[in-house]
Design a protein around this ligand. Structure first.
Ligand SMILES: NC(=O)c1ccc[n+]([C@@H]2O[C@H](COP(=O)([O-])OP(=O)(O)OC[C@H]3O[C@@H](n4cnc5c(N)ncnc54)[C@H](O)[C@@H]3O)[C@@H](O)[C@H]2O)c1
Ligand SMILES: O=C(O)[C@H](O)COP(=O)(O)O
Length: 525
């Protein structure tokens, strides 16, 4: 039975969904110390975390059985991705599930910091009714600078346009079309945004590039009295520098949901009355947490069962509509890949994956990964999977070339190059949606892959089929299908059989000894 540990609070609905799975054991352990977690993690196949648990190299070294990291939320900066990928651990998150809550909280922080709401509340709490020093700033007509026009940046844009703000944005990684779609002026540089904005809101991920993106000298470039909101990640601006800029009046206010040292409540911003702070509450609404909990439960369950997961962070993204088509070609690619090491034993130097005809139109990245997974599986077993298939090839010095060909025929061809020659296998998915192997080393077939198959090379002469059938019959192996192919009369022919059960070593030896049989190999798919 696979085991999942949940180390941070996710919604009851998410936990209930996990617990409803009969083939999974779920442990919710929210108060484990780091030491306890590292001690227990070898038992688990999957872990579900939020933004606090650090999934780093130290963690992976202990997580010897781990297959899935589920991030119940959006940002994955607490998860070291390279470590997961090289170990074949799939990382899944729920990027869309809490973005509305995060956008609304951004706006809440913007309004409350621009209107001194918290300072005013504190005064009333101490029974003082005094409006002096509490004058705020209206947002209508002001310029809002959005750093990072992604999902949340986009939601904040449309909402603040409704407030009558002019929105400008800096995001060097997105196409101009997105700026147009949101009717937002594109800033070519961060400086341009800093100079023009009355209010700045940050919505980038935390990366090496975005850490400390805004420092003291940058606040000096801004309009005096600029306001800032950060509902993205702690550390995107330098907190010491922002505090200095606020104390000097360069920045009028800050709305802050995230701190660089969180969850420790340590920051120079905390003591400044111009700041409104919340303890990373952007995603903390009933709605977002229900969405996130259910979504992460579904994804982790699917990933543990080896199914395709739409939000796998360390796998290529697939659109919902593509998923079904791609899945079928992945099955074909994996089967073709699996043939090589079961039929040949030479070290692989290069793999070519050729997509012909309509296949060239599909999203091929996952299919190529499936070919590589299938190729290495007979020798590496479960150590290779879709996540680390490309890295596995690279690590073994295998060059991978993917190409697309115009052709009237739809075909997926895998060519495995070795010092001793090239092995070729090709196939397609027929109109009924069934996988078919069409060609092995130039021998034409139409084989429906099965769990147990026999590939036989034999002299092209009478009596070959009969001998094989008789021997397998005597060994109580039932033949499901049998196809014979040859390139030339009286040359070497190839037979391909699917059988209903495993063929024992003894039977294989007897088959190998039959007159005219040159090679017999058992293939397991
Ligand atoms: N406070 C919360 O509770 C909360 C909730 C959800 C998300 N978040 C955080 O909000 C942030 C945004 O989330 P999202 O879903 O909108 O992400 P997203 O990936 O949809 O958008 C991020 C955008 O930032 C841009 N970007 C990256 N580097 C940049 C740079 N150097 N300069 C300018 N732009 C850059 C990207 O091109 C992208 O368009 C993330 O950091 C996420 O972790 C916080
Ligand atoms: O990235 C996110 O989803 C938000 O920052 C929320 O983080 P949390 O799950 O720790 O609240």
């Amino acid at each position: 039975m696979k085991k999942i540990i949940v180390t941070e609070k996710i919604s009851d609905k998410g936990v209930a969904l996990l617990k409803a799975q009969k083939d999974l054991q779920v442990d919710v352990e929210m108060n484990l110390s780091r030491e306890e977690l590292l001690k227990r993690i070898p038992e688990y196949d999957a872990i579900i975390v939020r933004s606090v648990t650090k999934i780093n190299e130290e963690f992976y070294k202990h997580a010897t059985n781990l297959k899935v990291v589920g991030r119940a939320g959006n940002g994955v900066d607490n998860i070291q991705m390279e470590g997961a990928t090289k170990r074949g651990i799939i990382v899944v998150n729920t990027p869309e599930s809490n973005i509305v809550s995060a956008a609304e909280h951004t706006i809440g922080l913007m309004l409350s910091s621009c209107r001194n709401t918290v300072k005013a509340h504190k005064m009333i709490e101490s029974r003082v009714w005094n409006r002096d020093g509490l004058k705020g700033m209206e947002l209508m007509g002001k310029t809002l600078g959005i750093i990072g026009l992604g999902r949340i940046g986009g939601l904040v844009t449309t909402r603040m346009q409704a407030f009558g703000m002019k929105v400008i944005a800096y995001d060097p990684y997105i196409a101009d079309a997105r700026f147009k779609k949101y009717n937002v002026k594109k800033c070519e540089t961060l400086d341009e945004l800093l100079k023009e904005s009355d209010v700045i809101t940050i919505h980038t991920p935390k990366t090496e590039e975005t850490m400390n993106m805004i420092t003291y000298k940058d606040w000096q470039k801004c309009k005096k009295g600029v306001r800032v909101v950060n509902c993205a990640r702690g550390g995107l601006y330098n907190e010491q520098d922002l505090a200095k800029a606020i104390r000097e009046g360069l920045v009028a206010s800050a709305g802050v949901d995230v701190l660089v040292d969180e969850p420790k409540p340590i920051s120079p911003l905390i003591d400044l009355p111009q700041c409104v702070l919340t303890p990373h509450l952007g995603a903390d609404t009933q709605e977002a947490q229900d969405n996130v909990g259910i979504a992460i439960a579904e994804e982790v369950i699917a990933a543990l069962r080896g199914e395709m997961v739409p939000n796998a962070v360390n796998l290529p993204a697939l659109q919902a509509g593509e998923l079904d088509t791609v899945k079928k070609f992945m099955a074909l690619g994996e089967d073709l890949g699996k043939l090589y090491y079961q039929l040949e034993h030479n070290a692989v130097e290069k793999v070519e994956v050729i997509y012909s005809g309509a296949l060239a139109e599909i999203e091929t990245d996952m299919v190529t990964r499936a070919v590589l997974k299938g190729l290495f599986e007979p020798v590496l077993k479960e150590r290779v999977n879709y996540v680390n298939a490309e890295l596995t090839a690279e690590g073994r010095g295998v060059e991978v070339i993917e190409s697309k060909e115009n052709s009237p025929v739809n075909l997926l061809t895998v060519k495995v190059h070795t010092k001793k020659g090239t092995f070729t296998a090709a196939g397609n998915v027929n109109p009924e949606g069934e996988v078919r192997i069409k060609d092995i080393n130039g021998y034409q077939f139409d084989i429906e892959p099965a769990a147990f198959m026999l590939a036989v090379n034999n002299e092209d002469k009478p009596g070959m089929i009969g001998q094989i059938g008789t021997l397998l019959g005597a060994s109580k192996v039932n033949i499901a299908t049998m196809q014979v192919s040859r390139n030339q009369q009286n040359g070497v022919a190839m037979m391909f059989l699917t059988v209903d059960s495993e063929v024992g070593k003894e039977t294989l030896k007897l088959l190998q000894g039959l007159d005219g049989i040159t090679k017999v190999q058992l293939i397991k798919i």
